[in-house]
Design a protein around this ligand. Structure first.
Ligand code: ADP
Ligand code: MG
Length: 483
């Protein structure tokens, strides 16, 4: 049996306001537990919430960035449920009249095509507190600092058909909200959390299957793994003749396991009703115009600019433009380094690999885009080989404060590019390897000849104490051997 995979996402985006959505208490991350939730956040009797204008501005900016309609009149509802991290007994959210209506985001697929993912709506709501399960010896700790932090929840249509598309969408959304500056994008701190709805249907069928929702995935990698895991699980059940139960599941990325959390609740289980403490919020044209005028450059526009300004191909431009910090880093490196293609290779190669290995965001990079640009200059003008460049990069990364040039000097990484000197070395090495020279000259297959050149490189690099310019060595070798 062949199956189609259907995926829809719900994404919680923490808005980067200084204060809570309905109170003046701080949203800063990492404070002592229970020091940043005030009486309003806990809905103590006699308190009244006051909507945070900045949260609305951010929500409107988001709506405009995803080509959505903005609701002029949005209403808050109470979603009633009991949970230890929600002592007020309800979450203030939007149901009937969310602030952001239908929109869409275009994502780039691996095959070079573009796909449109529709956004059903996005609504404003407050976050709950956090349950802490570690360090409490069989009990659970509750930290209410996060209670009342403004979120937008973005709900997509079930438009994605595999994990790659879902991850591409998630990354695109991450790029949009961080470019807008409405979210810090720090997934390790829970600033963006993904719920993945997944169902299967017989290949080509028009009817959607029963879905499950896997909640609270906080990295792209876990999201990819959770989807693979859930698709596999559902396939096993369906192929054994079973039925999928509509339920909410939790995925444990460290163990690649999932378990049921609760069977799916219906909206009416929550007894939604309009919050009597909050008036509907009316948004006028001036507010929307102002938000529109404050929109910064977004990933799609930046991608087009990178292709024009730096001559990057579609793939490189899309990747670098997708993340605002990475984009700024690349621009600094390319502007300083004067060789955009080389800068792009280093940003995507060594630099990104290093960030990933240390699980660091671009902002925490110990080296600046300008420094990488200086390195690019010295690679491009042949002062150092790419092996030497890696050593300089390493030194910069581990905090050597010197300039790129000073590091090159101190480590003796300057390549010998004096052709006269290099020619002398080539002559000597060729004279000491007559058999190999004869073999090379008898070979008619240029591919094999190219391989044979490598045999001379080792001795040459040794003769030059590792400092001969390999590109020049190669050119001289071909000339001398061919002639
Ligand atoms: P509910 O009203 O139960 O919350 P929604 O229709 O609002 O359900 O959908 C919630 C999320 O689930 C959306 O992201 C949507 O795209 C996704 N979704 C809905 N039906 C399916 C399905 N059959 N398979 C996969 N995802 C789905
Ligand atoms: Mg829903």
């Amino acid at each position: 049996m062949q199956w189609d995979i259907v995926i829809g996402l719900e994404i919680h985006v923490q808005l980067a306001t200084k204060t809570k959505i309905f109170s003046g208490s701080s949203t800063a991350y990492g404070a002592e537990p229970n020091t940043q939730a005030n009486a309003v956040d806990l809905a103590m009797p006699g308190t009244l919430p006051v909507p945070n204008e900045q949260a609305f501005r951010y929500a409107v900016m988001f709506g405009l960035a995803v080509n959505a309609e903005i609701e002029r009149r949005s209403v808050f509802e109470r979603k009633n449920y009991f949970y230890p991290d929600l002592p007020k007994g309800y979450q203030t959210t939007q149901l009937e009249r969310p602030i952001v209506g239908p929109g869409y985001v275009d994502i780039d697929l691996a095959n070079g095509e573009t796909k449109r993912v529709r956004i059903h709506h996005a609504h404003l709501e407050e976050d709950a507190g956090k349950s802490l399960h570690e360090d409490f010896h069989g009990m659970t700790g509750i930290d209410l600092n996060r209670a009342g932090t403004p979120l937008i929840e973005v709900v997509t249509e079930p438009d994605m058909t595999n994990a790659d598309e879902a991850v591409a969408f998630a990354k695109k959304l991450h790029g949009i909200v961080t470019s807008l500056g409405i979210c810090d994008g720090d997934m390790s701190q829970g600033s963006m959390r993904f719920d993945v709805n997944i169902s299967l249907k017989p290949k080509g069928s028009d009817t959607l299957g029963t879905r499950t929702e896997t909640k609270n995935l906080n990295s792209f990698r876990f999201m990819e793994q959770a989807i693979a895991h859930e698709v596999e699980r559902q396939m096993d059940i369906l192929e054994d003749g079973g039925a999928i139960v509509q339920e909410t599941r939790l995925y444990n990325g460290d163990r690649d396991e999932s378990r049921s959390m609760r069977t799916k609740e219906e909206a009416n289980d929550y007894r939604y009703f309009p919050c009597p403490d909050l008036l509907p919020v009316e948004i006028d044209d001036a507010f929307i115009d102002e938000a529109h005028n404050s929109l910064p450059e977004l990933p799609d526009a930046r991608k087009v600019r990178f292709k024009e300004q730096y001559g990057l191909n579609d793939y490189d431009a899309g990747l670098l433009a997708g993340d605002s910090q990475l984009a700024a880093f690349f621009e600094a490196a390319a502007d300083r380094g004067k060789d955009a293609k080389l800068a792009s290779n280093w940003v995507q190669g060594e630099f990104s690999a290093r960030l990933n290995a240390e699980e660091k965001p671009v902002a925490d990079s110990p080296i600046s885009g300008e420094q990488l640009g200086d390195l690019v200059v010295r690679i491009a003008d042949n002062t150092i080989s790419s092996a030497g460049a890696k050593k300089v990069f390493e030194a910069l990364w581990t905090g050597e404060n010197d300039s790129v040039d000073a590091i090159i000097d101190a480590k003796g990484l300057k390549q010998v590019s004096d052709t006269g000197e290099l020619e002398k070395m080539v002559d000597e090495v060729l004279a000491s390897m007559p058999d190999q020279v004869a073999q090379y000259q008898q070979e008619s297959d240029p591919k094999k000849q190219k391989k044979m050149l490598g045999g001379f490189m080792g001795p040459l690099m040794k003769a030059s104490k590792g400092q001969g310019n390999p590109k020049l060595f190669n050119e001289i070798l071909v000339k001398k051997l061919g002639g």
